[in-house]
Design a protein around this ligand. Structure first.
Ligand code: ADP
Ligand code: MG
Length: 615
């Protein structure tokens, strides 16, 4: 057989390599920013258009390049940063592979202008698909400006694979944060479609964090500092009460590189144990300094995973350091976990007069065990106001008739009646539903036993309610007596503006959305005053995440986010009236059987199934 192996031509090899380095516009941003930092810049500008699809430009005031270097910089494995393999173990720079520019130039139209201090004029180069198509001298400031246009122009499949501009912008912003957070001594400007979305002056770490995430962040930070033989840890954690439902403000940097480490994340979470709820994430900005020889960042050019020599020790040190900080700043013991701001009394109920005390069904009460010996717990008094979330159901009347219920609690009816009730309506409520393990609402229907997942069912109900309100603009708004001032970062403001109309439709009212401080003057009935900030924060975070699925309308995304954040949770105890409302309103929905997240909301265990158990 004839020899068949051939060497790939350079431009093909470059294109293949580019696939590794450049996955999306954000990858280009990362490489260009890192090069600008390696060049010793003190001011860096990032300019982006259409989520980076039309333009990514980075302008720096670093050392620049000579004419020869400018040409060489686009060759593969051309780097000024290492000269021997040994250098790999003591890297001081971000780059070292000499691959980035070659890769980018292989799949885009690149225009570079660069000048060193020693020269009066600089060099301009234009490269398209690895070919230099233009070179000339140019009058340009000291430093380098690289603009990348028409990314993936010669790989349509990759171009089509890109997400919406908004999603790509979000990835770019993430990269920008990661870089800006480790270099507070460098001034950054970030322009998107002509408007400046970040202006970060040279500062200290703490201010840098606040400049990026909004001034409200500053007071939430607790410093972390520890120095051991293995590692030096510095940075900040967020106070536990500001833990969030969504991920996003968790940052580890090892030797000034952003890294991802589920293992170390766990160490932080472990230090917060008992201080935040299970499904909440603490915010943190932690900078680890280790001996460069003890860390392998070399696993993959674009991956952020790392390997530390002694992870277990690192874990232990990190955990105890954070515990120490939490203790030292006295943020540990003051939290009240039973208080869920989402379940504060809705306004509708504040207005109402006091009602009779009611029975809360004992969550461990099992009606099938119920015999003439009676229930061990007759229930306890519960103040109406503490769990008045059934106000959420107002205006959503059921017209579906669930069968009149009889069996579930019938045996206890008699004894409970005399003891607790004077209001005859209530007996009927008690007879119809009960709550199982603060998770399910159980009731009967003709065919058997109805078991409703309270959280998912409520999500469905709220989803349809909000969707209706957003699209027909009839959400009931509660005017706030004293407008609430909330702080948002620039990025959050951009999103807030985007969803403002929908928010207004469901009952939010804002005075102005131009400044970091936003005045909220009205809120939907279902949002408790104490939870407005949290709800808006989550809304923004979830909205960003949810939008990656381009098939959903804005109204749907918002309705989903709202329902997710406002629905009653598993673990909440519901009084009779709430249970009843849940059943009725669920079956008044257009699609009662699935939650907005496509999960089953209820099931019916047929009489036949139950009979079988007894056969
Ligand atoms: P690496 O950063 O791994 O060395 P790159 O392909 O990113 O590889 O860059 C190649 C070389 O081009 C760098 O080593 C550096 O010498 C030069 N270079 C790239 N960007 C800049 C810049 N903004 N300012 C000065 N030199 C640069
Ligand atoms: Mg580089």
């Amino acid at each position: 057989m004839a020899d068949i192996i051939k060497l790939l031509p350079d431009h093909v090899a470059n294109q293949i390599a580019a696939g590794e380095v450049v996955q999306r516009p954000a990858s280009v941003v990362k490489e260009l920013l890192e090069n600008a930092i390696d060049a010793g810049s003190t001011t860096i500008k990032l300019i982006v258009k259409d989520g980076g699809k039309a333009l990514i430009q980075v302008v720096d005031n670093g050392i620049g390049m000579s004419e020869t270097d400018a040409r060489l910089s686009f060759e593969r494995h051309a780097t000024s940063k290492i000269s021997s393999a040994q250098d790999l173990f003591n890297l001081q720079t971000k780059g070292f592979r000499g691959e980035a520019l070659a890769s980018i130039a292989a799949i885009a139209h690149v225009d570079m202008q660069t000048r060193t201090e020693s020269k009066e004029v600089g060099t301009q180069l234009k490269i398209e698909g690895s070919k230099i198509v233009f070179q000339d001298v140019v009058a340009t400031p000291i430093g380098t400006s690289i603009s990348v246009k028409n990314l993936f122009f010669n790989i349509p499949a990759r171009r089509n694979f890109l997400k919406s501009n908004q999603v790509e912008l979000r990835h770019i912003t993430d990269e920008f944060h990661r870089v800006a957070l480790v270099h507070p001594n460098i001034e950054f400007h970030f322009y998107n479609n002509g408007s400046e979305i970040f202006n970060l002056p040279k500062s200290k770490h703490r201010q840098r964090i606040a400049h990026i995430f909004g001034s409200k962040m500053e007071s939430r930070l607790v410093p972390v500092n520890e120095e051991t033989e293995v590692v030096k840890i510095s940075g900040f954690i967020c106070k536990p009460e500001f833990a969030k439902k969504s991920r996003g403000e968790q940052f580890f940097f090892a030797n000034n590189r952003f890294i991802k480490s589920p293992y170390l994340h766990h160490a932080v979470v472990a230090a917060f144990e008992g201080l935040i709820k299970q499904d909440m994430y603490p915010g943190y900005f932690l900078y680890l300094d280790v001996d460069p020889a003890s860390i392998d960042i070399n696993i993959h050019p674009t991956k952020t995973e790392v390997k530390f020599d002694d992870e277990n020790t690192l874990y232990a040190i990190l955990r105890s350091t954070i515990k120490h900080s939490l203790g030292q700043f006295n943020v540990a013991p003051v939290l009240d976990f039973d208080h869920d701001p989402n379940l504060d009394t809705p306004y509708a109920y504040k207005e109402k007069g006091a009602t009779l005390p009611k029975v809360t069904v004992d969550p461990t009460f099992n009606p099938f065990q119920n015999t003439s010996t009676g229930r061990s717990s007759g229930g306890s008094f519960q103040k109406k106001s503490s769990k008045g979330w059934e106000g959420l159901y107002e205006g959503l009347e059921s017209d579906v008739d669930i069968e009149a219920f009889s069996s579930v609690a019938i045996e206890s009816e008699g004894e409970v009646q005399g003891t607790f009730y004077s209001d005859t309506d209530l007996e009927e409520h008690l007879a119809t539903t009960f709550q199982l393990r603060r998770k399910y609402v159980v009731s009967t229907v003709k065919s058997g036993m109805l078991v409703i997942h309270q959280n998912r069912a409520h999500e469905r109900i709220l989803f349809e309610k909000f969707l209706g309100e957003i699209t027909v603009k009839e959400g009931v708004s509660q005017q706030l007596l004293f407008p609430l001032e909330l702080n948002f970062s620039k990025q959050e403001l951009v999103i807030l503006k985007e969803i403002k109309d929908s928010l207004t439709n469901i009952g939010f009212a804002f005075e102005s959305l131009e400044e970091e401080t936003v005045k909220v003057t009205g809120v939907p009935l279902v949002v408790p005053e104490s939870g407005i900030g949290t709800v808006l924060d989550r809304l923004i975070a979830d909205y960003q995440d949810g939008f990656t699925d381009g098939s959903l309308s804005q109204a749907e995304v918002l309705a989903k986010v709202l329902s997710k954040n406002l629905a009653v949770r598993t673990g909440e105890s519901l009084d009779q009236e709430s249970q009843q409302a849940l059943v009725n309103n669920l079956f008044a929905c257009k699609e009662p059987n699935l939650s907005p997240f496509q999960k089953l909301t209820y099931t019916i265990i047929s009489e036949g199934d139950i009979d079988k158990k007894f056969s």
